[in-house]
Ligand binder design. Structure first.
Ligand code: PEP
Ligand code: MN
Length: 338
């Protein structure tokens, strides 16, 4: 349920309603827009239905929200949300180019990657410290040592750091270094982790599970926002289909569909969708054209010797070329690289 306040409603009216909801055992999430303030009501239907919401001071109308997700829905907030990461902004016309190696392998590799992606126009650095690997025998990431290297890469380039947290047990140490916490595709259904990252308050980059519907994806985001953290970036990274020519099938339609359903920004990871270096540029451009708010691209100084995902990682020259085309198309869509 959603309470839309009148234009002339006072902050005290909003507070009065939030207090009444809390007293009744429900929650009121306030979203103050330029024109009107909206209170999202979350809680037991039975409890809420006995409250005289329409009679409260400053209330314009009370609307039901029919979708399972509420706080992330367009009904709750009509305007596009922005996510702030240090001095960067993502969403509502601000485009982010997030790039870096799948995994931090050593200091030299990570700093070199940070430098070349920065020189070619990346706005954030992504590097994996804890890696979700299909095989327990494969390289699992350098862990805490990688976090220290990422902090150094930020010093060198000034780029904010995006890195994955796989487990609630690592959350405190990852959050100490990360500017954005990535929740990977395999953890999209890990509801304890989603709530825990919501509580930290850092921006979260949430990847779509490889078999998740868009409703399930948005419900996962709802877990994070419900904790009071609306700084969530959605990431479409390809889903599993019968097609074997690509690592996953990039669901381009998810971009406009999600834009219609949710106010949260959505970016695209063409690297994991494609699994092949040659497909990264065309899929990146398709994502920009379809309205994505950013891209997450894997790049490596020497992909041929990468420990993880070398086959889909752009080398410095390829990244420079692709980043240039992306920047041109972003400009054409009227967005700014920010
Ligand atoms: C990654 O970003 O390196 C990764 C493992 O991605 P995903 O969770 O989308 O598979
Ligand atoms: Mn990867």
């Amino acid at each position: 349920m959603m309470i839309v306040m009148r234009k002339d409603a006072e902050p005290a009216d909003v507070q009065y309603i939030v207090d009444k909801l809390t007293e009744a055992g429900a929650d009121g999430h306030v979203s103050s827009g330029d024109v009107v303030t909206v209170i999202g009501v979350i809680g037991d239907r039975e409890v809420i239905s006995v409250l005289p919401l329409e009679a409260y001071p400053g209330v314009d109308k009370v609307l039901p929200i029919l979708r399972p997700f509420k706080l992330v829905s367009r009904e709750f907030r009509n305007s596009d949300s922005t996510v702030r990461v240090r001095d960067k902004v993502l969403g509502a016309g601000n485009f982010a180019l997030i790039a870096g190696p799948c995994s931090v392998e050593n200091r030299e590799q990570a700093i070199s990657a940070a430098r070349f992606v920065s020189d070619s126009g990346a706005t954030m650095l992504r590097g994996g410290a804890f890696k979700p690997r299909t095989s327990p025998y494969a390289f699992q990431g350098l862990g805490v040592e990688a976090l220290e290297i990422l902090a150094e890469a930020r010093e060198v380039t000034g780029l904010p750091i995006v890195t994955e947290v796989m487990d609630v047990r690592h959350l405190a140490e990852v959050a100490e270094v990360a500017d954005v916490l990535q929740v990977g595709a395999r953890n999209m259904h890990n509801f304890h982790l989603l709530s825990a990252v919501g509580e930290v308050g850092l921006p979260v980059l949430l990847k779509r599970g490889m078999s998740a519907t868009i409703d399930e994806f948005l419900m996962a985001a709802e877990y994070i926002v419900k904790e009071g953290n609306d700084q969530v970036i959605l990431c479409e990274r390809g889903i599993r289909t019968f097609e074997t020519a690509t690592r996953n099938t990039l669901d381009i339609a998810a971009i406009p569909v999600i834009k219609h359903l949710s106010h949260l920004p959505i970016i695209v990871d063409p690297s994991h969708a494609a699994g092949k270096v040659d497909l990264v540029e065309p899929l990146s451009l398709a994502a920009v054209a379809a309205g994505a708010d950013g891209l997450l691209i894997e790049a490596h100084p020497t992909p041929e010797s990468a420990l993880v995902d070398g086959g889909q990682s752009l080398n410095p020259e390829q990244f420079r070329h692709t980043a240039g085309k992306i920047a041109d198309l972003v400009r054409w869509t009227g967005k700014v690289m920010a």
